[in-house]
Design a binder for this molecule. Structure first.
Ligand SMILES: Cc1cc2nc3c(=O)[nH]c(=O)nc-3n(C[C@H](O)[C@H](O)[C@H](O)COP(=O)(O)OP(=O)(O)OC[C@H]3O[C@@H](n4cnc5c(N)ncnc54)[C@H](O)[C@@H]3O)c2cc1C
Length: 457
């Protein structure tokens, strides 16, 4: 029976294992270097708070994470974000301004100037680019104007990627919007065509989607995946893979010895995959080109009465032009009300990112003070929080630079040329939980196909 090694026990690796088992591949070993599974996805329960160190949910505009939850028996535990979480804010001149979500509210909103609003009417007449790729900032500036690019989109990129819109690839980071332009000639034309197609064929709602999580947080997904696979798979916690090489089959070296496998799936950050593949300089070079932004998450538990703000909404993002050291703040207990005990609230602020990586070097107390200073100026903080947590992700989120799509194609082609080497993590084709789960389903099908071709009796 062919053996498969899955290296890395984050959402991507665990999902690969689950899909391999579901396809009938039985001899699977999962290697995870840390003492716990989940990678960036980690939920802490303390004093009635449910606190996320990393992701706090997934959108339903793609089906992958939702379908996975249902298929592993978490259907009843799915937890929708509250209706008020549809309200999102931007920090403008140190005040929170609601981001409009309907055309009428958009035209009434003070968020952008009248010039910027009327600039939108020109969008259908902007020709599509013939460039192979473009930064997010340049794409949005060209299609929608400079104000949109520097306010809304710059903040959104900081919120999703902890990234810098002037350095991120539109084609890789927002492939749906890139394709709208390529296929339909523009965003507005494309949206209308998609809406018509969806109406006739059915399918998921608009591009935004609703945020979902699980009652006990994203960690519940990790625990459920673990329970589903633990009796069928050899799970090696606290075992770091240090090197892999191909002879007739793949040899996987750990600090405990060497083992042979017919196929290997690297569900690791790209820099770690590069390290393991030291014998393959070209592949190693390609993988090393994917860099990462650091991110610090400061979570704060307050008595509700100590905050002079309704916290009615999702939270706010901070455009670079505000000159603050935080990227934004999520009002977690407004999004998912059970995240804080009665009478308390939970907020989570993000710092550093590709915009200000040096802020990651702040010690914990300075990170907390930085957040409190910003929040106090906006929301009126009357007392020090009663709970504080700081989570650090030194290589938090991969940054898809210009040419990322071609880079990933080259990495996958090199992997295939070696035979039996696969890549599946957030480094390649999307950073969201949905993307990780969707990639895991696709990669596990490729593994099965490879094993059937090469190793069937
Ligand atoms: C602060 C933050 C907030 C986020 N918020 C959201 C959100 O709200 N919604 C959303 O959809 N996404 C969000 N994301 C993104 C999402 O969390 C990640 O993209 C996803 O969890 C990545 O999963 P992964 O399995 O690809 O990688 P990882 O989680 O990085 O897992 C890789 C695993 O490999 C292990 N490993 C590394 N090297 C070795 C080795 N040599 N041998 C064995 N094991 C090894 C690591 O210990 C780790 O467990 C967020 C990310 C961060 C950092």
């Amino acid at each position: 029976m062919p053996r498969v090694a899955v290296v890395g026990g984050g959402v991507s690796g665990l999902s690969v294992v689950w899909y391999l088992l579901s396809s009938g591949v039985r001899d699977v070993v999962l290697f995870e270097r840390k003492t716990r599974l989940g990678g960036k996805a980690f939920t802490l329960e303390e004093d009635g708070y449910i606190v996320e160190a990393g992701p706090n949910g997934f959108l339903d505009n793609k089906p992958f994470a939702m379908d996975l939850c249902k298929s592993i028996g978490l259907g009843e535990s799915l937890y929708p974000s509250s209706d008020s979480a549809r309200k999102r804010f931007l920090l403008i001149n140190n005040s929170l301004v609601e981001i409009p979500i309907s055309p009428v509210s958009f035209f009434k909103s003070p968020l952008v100037s009248w010039k910027a609003k009327f600039r939108l009417f020109l969008e259908p007449f902007v020709p599509k680019t013939s460039a192979e790729d473009e930064t997010v900032f340049d794409f949005v500036k060209r299609r929608l104007g400079c104000e949109f690019a520097s306010l809304l989109v710059d903040s959104m990129v900081a919120g999703v990627f902890a990234g810098n819109s002037r350095r991120l690839s539109m084609k890789a980071a927002f492939p749906v919007l890139w394709d709208l332009e390529q296929k339909y000639g523009g965003l507005i034309k494309g949206m209308f065509s998609l809406m018509r197609e969806r109406k006739s064929k059915g399918g998921p709602a608009g591009p935004g989607g609703k945020l979902w999580s699980l009652e006990k947080g994203v960690g519940q997904l990790i625990n459920a995946l673990y329970r589903k696979i633990k009796d069928a798979v050899d799970i090696r916690i606290s075992q770091r893979v240090i090197h892999i090489r191909k002879e007739k089959v793949w040899e996987v070296y750990t600090d405990k010895g060497v083992e042979s496998f017919n196929a290997v799936v690297l569900s690791l950050p790209a820099y770690e995959a590069a390290y393991l593949l030291g014998e393959y300089p070209r592949l190693r070079g390609l993988l090393s080109r994917i860099d990462y932004a650091p991110i610090t998450v400061v979570a704060l538990g307050f008595d509700k009465k100590d905050i002079d703000h309704s916290l009615d909404g999702f939270g706010f993002l901070v455009p670079a032009s505000e000159g603050k050291q935080i990227l934004g703040c999520l009002w977690d207990s407004s999004i998912f009300p059970n995240r804080a005990p009665k009478g308390k609230v939970l907020l989570r602020a993000m710092l550093a990112g590709d915009r200000q990586p040096e802020v990651f070097e702040y010690p914990d107390d300075l990170s907390v003070k930085t957040v409190l200073d910003v929040l106090d100026g906006i929301m009126g903080i009357r007392s020090f929080p009663n709970k504080v947590w700081v989570f650090r992700h030194s290589k938090g989120i991969p940054q898809y630079r210009l040419g990322h799509v071609e880079l990933v194609n080259a990495i996958e082609t090199e992997g295939k040329s070696l035979g039996g080497l696969f890549f599946c993590s957030n480094a390649y084709r999307g950073v969201g939980l949905n993307d990780c789960v969707g990639s895991a389903a696709r990669v596990s099908r490729e593994v099965v196909h490879y094993l059937e071709g090469e190793w069937s009796p």
